[in-house]
Design a protein around this ligand. Structure first.
Ligand code: ASP
Length: 356
């Protein structure tokens, strides 16, 4: 198509979208297009067995920050996709979570991070797996979706792609946290594996105290689902993966349909837990399919998949956050706890660190 013609068509499309949006607003259907968002910061067991007040307050503050970043985008008329990316970046930059800075390590002491994002309005999706150095893996996933013909790019090629897209790269010392390293040491000792050397650029000796919640079995993946005022859904997930994993192991987080799924006609889902089970059950898509084809509510579908399907497989544990076109957000998990938060237009923010 000639460039002038395609620019004209693009302008007409934008004008039409704007007219449709105004028509919805003017016809008084604003309440039907409420924005909503939900955030998770991982699900697990041992973290919640020893949760003290300081740890609880720290997670509470971090989740609130991410929620309000996403809510601010949505309340200003921003896209669900932008809200998902913005809120996940807050959590990736926060060393408390195992995503971006603060990520878990493989059994060689290296970071291999995974992330994915999906646009429910077009079913476009993008993901990266095994990135070592990209500061915000969720932005790399979005770049794969919007600026490549692919859905997933893995390994060194994914970091190289991120570099070409102008995304910030960081040394291993940036991603390192003492808390997560001590967690790795615990996991490797338990399985009788050798302890690798500490990454270059970090202090040779452990700092005096592990700051918050060091305990094997803690997950810490992050995820966000959002709905914007245009009625578009989006979902995204980012993780350092399972602590002490084999090099090259890829979990559910970058797998579209397992860790992340969004479709305007059903729902948006982000998962966390032992990824192998979530891949085998295609958890995120399974929930959306139950909503679409069986007419289940998102609460019923999420509960069925987590408490029945995932829990019925030995070792299957984790949780999901789910959002639908009614701007309702639900969560379901079969672990002791899950870091989670939600807010819908006109309502108060709800942030939950402990309790079911
Ligand atoms: N699902 C992630 C993985 O298997 C881990 C997590 O959610 O904490 O890599």
């Amino acid at each position: 198509m000639a460039p002038a013609r395609s620019a004209h068509n693009g302008a007409m499309r934008n004008l039409l979208t704007w007219f449709l949006f105004c028509a919805v607003v003017v016809s008084g259907q604003v309440t039907k297009t409420k924005w909503a968002i939900a955030v998770h910061g991982g699900a697990g067991e041992s973290e919640w067995q020893h949760m003290d007040r300081a740890t609880e307050a720290a997670y509470q503050a971090s989740l609130s920050r991410a929620l309000s970043e996403g809510a601010a985008t949505l309340s200003h008329g921003g896209k669900a996709l932008d809200a998902v990316e913005a809120a996940i970046k807050v959590l990736e930059d926060d060393p408390l979570f195992s995503a971006g800075r603060g990520s878990a390590f493989n059994d060689q002491g290296k970071n291999e991070m995974d992330a994915s994002i999906m646009d429910g309005s077009t079913l476009a999706a993008g993901s990266v797996a095994g990135v070592c150095c990209t500061k915000n893996p969720i932005s790399a996933a979005r770049a794969v979706m919007e600026r490549s013909p692919y859905v997933m790019i893995a390994g060194p090629g994914a970091d190289q792609f991120a570099v070409k897209q102008g995304l910030a790269q960081m040394p291993a010392s940036y991603f390192f946290t003492e808390m997560r390293w001590q967690e790795l040491v615990g996991v490797l000792k338990q399985s009788g594996k050798p302890i690798p050397a500490r990454p270059p650029g970090v202090p040779k000796e452990p700092k005096s105290a592990i700051q918050i919640g060091a305990s094997a079995g803690h997950f810490g993946t992050v995820g966000v689902v959002a709905r914007d005022v245009r009625g578009n859904l989006s979902a995204g997930t980012s993780t350092g993966g399972m602590q002490g994993k084999a090099p090259g192991r890829v979990g559910d987080s970058p797998v579209i349909g397992a860790g992340t799924y969004a479709a305007n006609k059903s729902c948006a889902v982000s998962s966390t837990g032992v990824g192998e089970y979530f891949i085998r059950l295609a958890v995120a898509k399974e929930i959306c399919s139950l909503v679409e084809y069986k007419g289940m509510s998102i609460a019923e579908a999420a509960r069925f998949v987590i408490e029945h399907e995932v829990a019925s497989l030995k070792g299957g544990e984790g949780g999901v956050i789910v959002l639908d076109q009614k701007s309702e957000a639900v969560w379901s998990f079969n672990t002791l706890g899950m870091f989670r938060a939600r807010q819908a237009e006109g309502g108060a923010a709800e942030v939950r660190v402990v309790g079911k």
